[in-house]
Design a protein around this ligand. Structure first.
Ligand SMILES: *Cc1c(COP(=O)(O)O)cnc(C)c1O
Length: 235
């Protein structure tokens, strides 16, 4: 196939995947008495060739997740003016030396995990006259290699944010691989309720219907929407 032919084929496939995902979201929401409109679909556009993003935009998607600041700038900096209604979520770890750029680009930072980050994000928001929404990432399975605040440290971090008047809107987590995700989704919901945080970013391609049953308000979908992505070694 020609490159253009490939992309057209890709667009048809994308439309089919998107309608399947929407149908599963609707089914999962209905099964637990929730409104489909309460569940935000975040299209995870990391590690993808640029034409996938154009396809997603052409299909009306406006909420995207990226896990690296530099790649997100490549994907989105030149599109911001054309698509002012796009909302970008940072869903990967936030390094201290990238906070300035992250605050400039993202609308939501889902991966806050320390008081130092809260101070630096608040400082950059003031300097850049930006306001954004933040989530605390919880290391829900207590995995040494995963980011996020430990469950035991969450109350202190949430209290710190409240004391600073720093906007934390919810919690985000990635359950351990191979474990029954529902246990972890249920735990995250309980932790959120304890802190008075209503938004929950949980659920990915393999487990989003379960996450919806346990109260997810945002689901982060990459593979199920775009197909397999390129494997990029960690930085
Ligand atoms: C890559 C990624 C996703 C999307 O994962 P899929 O399994 O491809 O849907 C969701 N959340 C985070 C934090 C990710 O890094």
């Amino acid at each position: 196939m020609t490159e253009l032919g490939n992309q057209e084929h890709g667009a048809t496939e994308f439309a089919a995947r998107l309608s399947q995902i929407r149908a599963r979201i609707a089914g999962a929401a209905q099964a637990c008495g929730r409104a489909e409109s309460d569940i935000e679909l975040i299209a995870v556009s990391k590690n993808l060739d640029d034409h996938h993003i154009t396809t997603a935009l052409n299909h009306g998607l406006r909420v995207f997740g990226e896990n690296r600041v530099a790649e997100a700038e490549e994907h989105w900096a030149h599109r911001r003016a054309q698509f002012p209604d796009v909302k970008l979520h940072l869903i990967g770890p936030l390094q201290s030396n990238k906070i300035k750029r992250a605050v400039a680009l993202f609308d939501v930072i889902e991966t806050v995990e320390s008081a130092e980050q809260i101070d630096e994000i608040a400082g950059q928001c003031a300097r850049q006259n930006r306001s954004l929404s933040c989530f605390i990432q919880v290391n829900i399975g207590a995995e040494p290699q995963k980011s996020g605040v430990a469950i035991a440290d969450l109350p202190r971090l949430a209290a710190y944010a409240r004391a600073q008047n720093f906007p934390i809107d919810g919690l985000m987590a990635i359950p351990p691989q191979g474990a029954p995700a529902g246990l972890y989704f249920g735990l995250l919901k309980k932790l959120g309720a304890r802190e008075g945080l209503e938004r929950l970013s949980m659920g990915m391609s393999n487990d989003y219907p379960t996450a919806i049953a346990f109260g997810a308000t945002s689901i982060r979908i990459g593979t199920a929407l775009f197909g397999e992505r390129k494997q990029i070694p960690p930085p």
